[in-house]
Design a protein around this ligand. Structure first.
Ligand code: GLN
Length: 268
């Protein structure tokens, strides 16, 4: 059986490189001997409802609104989720999958209601930079280590009672105020982490794949694990502004890695 991964509207929601998540899911399946294909669905196409996995990425406010309007009208993701599909939704994708979000004109738009969350305009500065998240207990038990990514969003998200967070923010803003990150409901995983998040966090890729196809053979992940370790170590200092991305010292502050130290950080 060929496992199908739908990459939803990369022409609208492809600003932050999140399309790579689809390639990573497919390749990790192929390395294990499965047949996998990525269906790239542009805004001119109809999104199929019968794929095993869906990837929807981040983007700017106007294309986000257009994507949401089409998905609301045609409801392919609703049908796919009813069929048991796994969905990875990043930033604008997460916002669209919630109950509502702020549109480009600052007005509230309806989301798809596939995650119990609402997204509103932030009263703080835009959240930009490296993020480190400690997975919530249930995800840690499922094998997730610290999660690393970068965020870039001007809106913030509040969870309702039916959404579980991905985890606790060690560095960065995450959903709203540097406390929690992400929204998970059923097999829908929403996160603010770009990277692409699955390139930086191969264990998250495998968690999502295991939801789709069951237990997985192990892979040699020494290369992505090295990236993961490097980002978990140096991302916090970059966010604090004590080093520049790539290693150069920015002056002041303590350079170098270590845990997130002062940890939760809100950009102001
Ligand atoms: N437009 C949204 C915001 O700024 C999403 C941005 C993104 O996808 N990175 O909040």
């Amino acid at each position: 059986m060929t496992i199908s991964i739908a990459l939803v509207y990369p022409d609208l929601l492809g600003t932050y490189g999140d399309s790579g998540n689809a390639a990573i899911l497919a390749q990790r399946l192929r390395w294990r001997g499965h047949e996998a294909r990525v269906l790239t669905i542009s805004a001119a196409d109809t999104v199929p409802a019968d794929c095993e996995l869906y990837v929807i990425g981040g983007g700017e406010d106007l294309p986000q609104d257009l994507a949401a309007a089409r998905l609301r009208e045609e409801r392919p993701l609703h049908r796919a989720v009813e069929n048991g599909a796994v969905v990875l939704a990043v930033c604008a994708g997460l916002q669209i999958l919630g109950r509502s979000f702020v549109g480009p004109d600052g007005k509230e738009s309806d989301g798809l209601g596939l995650l119990d969350c609402v997204t509103v305009r932030s009263t703080s500065d835009r959240a930009i930079g490296e993020v480190v998240v400690e997975p919530a207990g249930e995800w840690a038990s499922a094998g997730l280590p610290l999660l690393t990514g970068f965020e870039n969003h001007g809106a913030v998200t509040e969870l309702g009672p039916d959404a579980r967070p991905v985890g606790t923010v060690q560095v960065g803003v995450g959903n709203k105020d540097g406390t929690i990150e992400g929204a998970v409901g059923g097999r829908v995983w929403g996160t603010y982490l770009h990277g692409p998040v699955l390139a930086r966090n191969p264990r998250l890729a495998d968690l999502l794949l295991s939801w789709a196809i069951g237990p997985l053979d192990p892979l040699d992940d020494s290369e992505p694990e090295a990236l993961h370790a490097e980002r978990c170590e140096h991302g916090p200092a970059e966010r604090r502004g004590t080093v520049r991305a790539g290693g150069g010292r920015a002056g002041g502050g303590r350079a170098g890695g270590g845990r997130a130290g002062g940890g939760r950080r809100r950009l102001r």
